[in-house]
Write a protein that binds this ligand. Sequence first.
Ligand code: HEM
Length: 462
Amino acid sequence: MSDSVEKFPAKVPLRVKPWGATGVLKFLKAARRNLIELIPQTAVEQPMLSSIGRRRWHMVMDPAALRHILKDKVDSYPKADVAVNILREAVGDSVFLAHGPHWLWQRRLAAPVFSHRNIANLSPVMTAAAARNVQKLSHLSEGAEFDVYPMMVQTTFEVISDVTLSGDEAISRKQMHHALDAFIERTGRVSFLDALGVPTWVPRPSRLIHSSEFKNLKRIADKAIDTRRERGSLPVPDLLDLFLSGEDPVSKRKMTTAELRDNLLTFIVAGHETSALALAWSLYLCGFDPKVQEAAAQEAKEVLQGRTAVYEDVAKLPLTRQIIEEAMRLYPPVAMMVRTAKEDDEIIGHSVRKGDPMMLPVYALHRNHRLWQNPDQFDPSRFADRKSIDRFSYIPFGDGPRICIGAGFAIQEAVIILGTLLSQYRFEAVDGKEPKPVMLLTLRPEGGVWLRVHKRAEDTAA
Ligand code: HEM
């Protein structure tokens, strides 16, 4: 295939040779460097791959098969055990990791907290974050080169921590950020090694974790929750308030401080870097395709008239939203999910045995040639008619009962921030500084997202 650099945004060549001949050490080295390099080229051509040999695994890129695993037979395909055990250290048995009845009651309690109305009420926090970004960029000199990725990580962290644990309580953002980043960095690679069934003698960095910083983080979080219990709700309730007043409508069970803390930490872990990546890759793609950027900027300028986006603007910025959706197709923040088969099964002609790891490589699904035309091309208009996209061909938020509970929150946040930035600034690609997609737990832009930043003329400003 002759994909030229001019035509296609950043991608990693997938593996053409089989791993069999390569040897376990090379395989492990690649796994630590970039999990995308483990995905074979055939994964973007075939519906499903199954290994032959002693270590069995499957890679699933077929919408019907994904519906089977994620929705129809969800109880037969729980999240992979070892990955779950490692993450449990960070977020306990929260809604993200729990199974069965313990997951169900938490999800029932959490669902109304994330209702459209509640998320809309949290939008001022997102608008304030967008305004802070504009402020930060205003300090740059005209045409300065700037890495937008760290700015997005900081922004989305501030948003999620402001709506969960920060409030006005004494919790240090910096301390929490540090503890979480260290944790994600150290656990990212290892969970997939485990899921792939790599022997236990291979050293696992996470086993070396000294979790004292994490214990400290939990202590601070508990203090913040207890303080809020005593003081009562903020004038505009945040997620902590909503959880404190919430209960499972069926069992009437409420969350203890420890359960609440684990869930709030979950939202921070699950919602902060993922949202930052969606935004950073969107900005990269805007720099990559100035025509698309101009169209979205024009739309945003007309709607916003020089102000920062608010909740009501989100529905009026369809191009901004399409860019974000297309960015999450090409660079899904969660680029691989892993499940374990609980029983023997057959999926589109492949025999699955109890205990087999099921890899769901979202990256390869979203670039599968059977499902997408010119899959490596950046084309946000694919999402102009959402109904034309087969539900299980596009799963940046997962699907089925375990679908991301924060999807609406993340989209609203991303549109508010990206729309505001595009209306006021023009982002230009910097030659020779293309980011490399690197998959650990999430799909990160290695090298950062460097863009030349230009202030836009205020011709349509009020
Ligand atoms: C662009 C941003 C985001 C992306 C791409 C994303 C992606 C995902 C994906 C793929 C899953 C399913 C994982 C699996 O089934 O193995 C998931 C689950 C989850 N996400 Fe997100 N997420 C994002 C933002 C958020 C936000 C902002 C929050 C919270 C405020 C959040 C909270 C959760 C929770 C709690 C779950 C577990 C749900 C359950 O198992 O019942 N996520 N997310």
